[in-house]
Design a protein around this ligand. Structure first.
Ligand code: GLN
Length: 468
């Protein structure tokens, strides 16, 4: 009830698209009954959680923040949602995002942008000398899972699901001061996550501490017969040591990540963090990921190509929106529906993707990008093969920026740049986590990223726990 009242009090953040109050209260009642009757409880019994609005929730509107899916009631739960519910979690609602998770600001959804709760914090107000009444300087949350990040940061739930295709969990976690974890590709089921880039998408986890992430991961991880890309081996529960030890580990610092656009404050925290590891007995070495500079362009080609193919399902016949404007032919119906249903970002990506997939371009763009992806993956394989246990990098270039500043520049270029530290990880399917480390001189959260070996999620979270 406290969480529900906080959701109402923080409505101005626009973190939630749908608040499932009745569902949550009913689940809470059942949970309480189980407790009182001494029945065995699930790992998340009675724990309020929120879910990004691109995961299917049975009978609860699932919009992807798009006109295309407004009013769409899925007939089933995404596997991750079902697993949360099976362990007794309370579903507080569906959180806001960039339309179809395309973006890095949570500014591009049809329900309007998400506001960063830190905008209203005492620290930021004092240090940036913002007038508490003056709302025009509000900060973005980052994205695309900004609603989930804000929901956790504003204490409206204890954990939230996001999705992460190129950074969408880690980026808003960094801007909102929460833990934001992207599991290894294949560890957590994508069944029921409305796809952006199938070969890179993973469900992500937001919590306020690393131990909570480990508990949620334990609930979500493991084989799902409905997602053939999930691991077959049984997954052990994720239990983190109470006193984690990083001595003897080898921490890699990729030198290509030291880019000129990186803010000086984040740069200095990054190097202080490396010193901390060293002081604790870890070996810190500089490493090379030489194909990093191609990752944004490569991601663009692969992402838009998969988008062009994925978005073909939204044809006005099977799901959500159907135009009433032009029914003169099937093609006209498709065109009118898609014109009305998608925003410019989505349309732009469909057009780019179809261009890259044209018969005359396919070899030159799509196939080439796949080869570059392999080189980027091999960079990580080489580094981890040479004995590095975990990579330490920044998560974002800067702290959260004001909305007005974010939309001033060409938003899409800005979005692409913001993902520079996070995108390559998705191409390689590795686990990575944003850990909040400090407040900036303006009183805003700064996070750093740890990247682990594929399927060494437990080791990664152990290091993250030591680090937080
Ligand atoms: N910003 C990237 C994009 O727009 C990543 C988004 C995501 O991870 N969902 O494609």
């Amino acid at each position: 009830k406290k969480c529900l009242s906080l959701i109402k009090k923080t409505k101005y953040l626009n973190a939630y698209i749908t608040v499932s109050e009745e569902v949550a209260l009913k689940q809470a009642e059942e949970s309480e009954k189980r407790y009182k009757q001494g029945q065995s409880l699930g790992d998340l019994d009675g724990i309020p959680v929120a879910v990004k609005d691109n995961f299917s929730t049975s009978g609860i509107e699932t919009t992807c923040a798009s006109n295309m899916l407004k009013g769409y009631l899925p007939p089933y739960n995404a596997t991750v949602v079902q697993r949360l519910l099976d362990q007794g979690a309370l579903l507080m609602g569906k959180t806001n995002l960039d339309e179809f998770a395309m973006g890095s600001g949570s500014t591009d959804g049809v329900f309007g942008p998400v506001k960063n709760p830190w905008t209203y914090s005492k620290q930021y107000r004092e240090r940036s000398r913002q007038d508490a009444q003056e709302d025009s300087h509000w900060l973005i949350t980052g994205g695309s899972s900004g609603g989930s990040a804000a929901a956790v940061a504003a204490f409206t739930c204890f954990a939230a699901l996001g999705s992460d295709t190129g950074g969408s969990t880690r980026n808003p976690a960094a801007h909102c001061g929460t833990v934001g974890f992207k599991p290894s590709y294949g560890l957590v089921s994508r069944h029921g996550l409305i796809p952006l880039v199938n070969s890179m998408d993973v469900p992500g986890i937001f919590t306020r501490c690393v131990d909570d992430t480990a508990i949620v991961l334990g609930v979500l991880a493991g084989h799902d017969p409905k997602d053939s890309t999930t691991v077959n081996d049984p997954v052990k529960p994720t239990t983190l040591p109470s006193v984690p030890d990083v001595s003897g580990l080898c921490i890699g610092i990729p030198k290509e990540y030291l880019v000129p656009e990186l803010s000086s404050e984040i740069r200095s925290l990054w190097s202080q963090a490396a010193d901390l590891f060293e002081a604790e007995g870890a070996r810190v070495i500089e490493v090379c990921l030489p194909h990093t500079c191609y990752s944004i362009v490569c991601y663009h080609v692969l992402c838009t190509s998969e988008v062009a193919s994925n978005m073909a399902r939204f044809d006005g016949l099977q799901y959500g929106h159907r135009s009433a404007v032009d029914m003169s032919s099937t093609e006209a119906l498709y065109a009118a529906t898609r014109q009305e249903g998608f925003n410019d970002v989505v349309k732009g990506r469909i057009l780019s993707g179809n261009f890259f997939l044209l018969k005359e371009n396919y070899e030159n763009y799509f196939v080439k990008a796949q080869k570059v992806r392999r080189l980027i993956v091999n960079d990580f394989v080489n580094v981890f093969g040479s004995g590095v246990d975990v990579l330490l990098t920044p998560t974002t270039l800067t702290q959260a920026v004001p909305y007005l500043e974010f939309i001033k520049e060409d938003n899409r270029t800005r979005s692409a740049q913001d993902d520079i530290f996070t995108q390559a990880v998705n191409m390689a399917g590795l686990p990575a986590v944003n850990v909040p480390v400090a407040l900036s001189s303006q009183g805003l959260p700064i996070g750093l990223q740890l990247i682990g070996r594929a399927f060494c999620d437990q080791q990664l979270l152990t290091v993250a726990k030591w680090f937080e």
